[in-house]
Design a protein around this ligand. Structure first.
Ligand code: AMP
Length: 395
């Protein structure tokens, strides 16, 4: 990669400011229900400690407090959990704020080598990329490492702002994300198959347009499939539809044909009349008026799995059904299980709902790379430059 990485830095005796993405899900009792974002940041933190950094200053957001202190969104539970993961060497000091004299003093005098700053988004200045705020964050340290892929698509004070004041490098997680996603975009092993799902076509148009010249097959499932099916004149009952996107869907199907890209759409459906009553579900080849498609049917699952078996690279973004409801989850589960068992394929799962689905069905182990950033991975696949990466120091 053309940007400095943490291995290019001499951190011995230095204070290292690391932007991590500790925006983890918490339950009512503030227990962390999925700690992957914390464990994925460990390699960078442990490396910097091992290299003799005097202080490792971690900063993150949690939730959307929108510029106010929200007690339930303090980072202290994350700090405790991190301490457990780090083991004996990693006592963690959690500060009460992320900037200010008290924080500065705490950083200078703490006996703990790891310091976790309080939720950045307790300050409005963070998301506004306020220069003064960024300067204050930067003033805590000697060098900066960005390891928060999940927020790399946002130009915030802690991702872009601080890079104006400190030498800035990518952490191992950021590097890994760019490696896998970047490779899929630049030189994917062929055949290259993309699975798209989720609720909205509008979220995926830019991705499809950018990937059409690179991909061999695009599998489309989930709620977004119905806008495509409608554009082919098919009956979709009461399924999800973005009526204003029907012409765009039609245009994409035509462009795909010209580019010799196969678009695989659902050929049968799990359908219900009442979403809240799964007991009435039916498998339908053609949807009927009054029925809503909530998952891909068995024939479609077979077709999609057969396509996946031919692939050398697979990128998956979006569940192909309402996987949160058990009765509507078979399509997503079967694809996840199938993908996780395939040999000789590089499988990449976008973050967000798809990562949650893969975790729910215990298929994480067989997947080559599960991104920690839903929005960021989507933007990379759309061909956008991520400001948090662009701002890092060039090699
Ligand atoms: P997105 O945020 O666009 O990735 O959408 C993810 C959501 O799409 C999940 O919560 C799924 O429940 C939902 N979804 C997937 N398939 C369908 C469908 N056929 N009808 C309605 N919602 C769906």
């Amino acid at each position: 990669m053309s940007k400095l990485t943490v291995k290019d830095l001499d951190v011995k005796g230095k204070k290292v400011l690391i932007r991590v993405d500790f925006n983890v899900p918490l339950d009512d009792k503030l227990n962390i229900t999925d700690d992957r974002r914390i464990s994925e940041a460990l390699p960078t933190i442990q490396y910097v400690l091992k290299q003799g950094a005097s202080k490792v200053i971690l900063m993150s957001h949690l939730g959307r407090p929108e510029g106010q202190v929200v007690e339930d969104q303090r980072l202290a539970p994350v700090g405790k959990h991190l301490e457990k993961l780090l083991g004996p060497d990693g006592k963690v000091l959690c500060t009460k704020d992320c900037i200010g004299d008290d924080v500065k003093k705490a950083v200078e005098t703490s006996k703990e080598r790891v310091i976790l700053l309080e939720n950045l988004r307790f300050h409005k200045a963070e998301t506004k990329n306020d220069a003064e705020f960024a300067k204050k964050l930067a003033s805590l340290a000697d060098v900066f490492v960005n390891d928060a892929f999940g927020t790399a698509h946002r130009a915030h004070a802690s991702t872009e702002g601080v890079t104006h004041y400190l030498k800035s490098a990518a952490g191992f997680l950021l590097e890994k994300e760019i490696k896998y996603l970047g490779q899929a975009i630049d030189k994917p092993a062929k055949p290259f198959v993309i699975i798209l799902g989720g609720a909205k076509v509008s979220d995926k148009i830019a991705l499809i347009e950018n990937m059409l010249p690179k991909v061999d097959v695009i599998i489309i499932g989930g709620g977004m499939a119905y806008t495509f099916l409608r554009s082919q004149g098919k009956e979709i009952g009461t399924s999800l539809l973005e009526a204003d996107k029907v012409p765009v869907a039609k245009d994409i199907l035509e462009k795909a044909k010209k580019a010799n890209v196969k678009i695989a759409l659902s050929e049968d459906f799990v359908a219900v009349q009442n979403f809240k009553d799964p007991s009435g579900l039916k498998i339908m080849k053609d949807l009927e008026p009054g029925w809503s498609g909530v998952d891909i049917g068995p024939a479609t699952r077979k077709t999609f799995k057969d396509i996946l078996s031919t692939a050398k690279t697979v990128v998956w973004n979006g569940p192909v059904g309402v996987f949160e409801v058990k009765e509507y989850s078979d399509g997503t589960r079967e694809l996840a299980e199938h993908l996780s068992k395939l040999k000789g394929v590089t499988s990449i799962v976008g973050g967000g709902d798809t990562a949650a689905a893969v975790a729910k069905f215990n298929c994480e182990e067989g997947i080559t790379h599960i991104s920690t950033g839903g929005g960021a991975s989507l933007e990379l696949l759309e061909g956008k430059v991520l400001p948090g990466i662009a701002a890092l120091t060039d090699k």
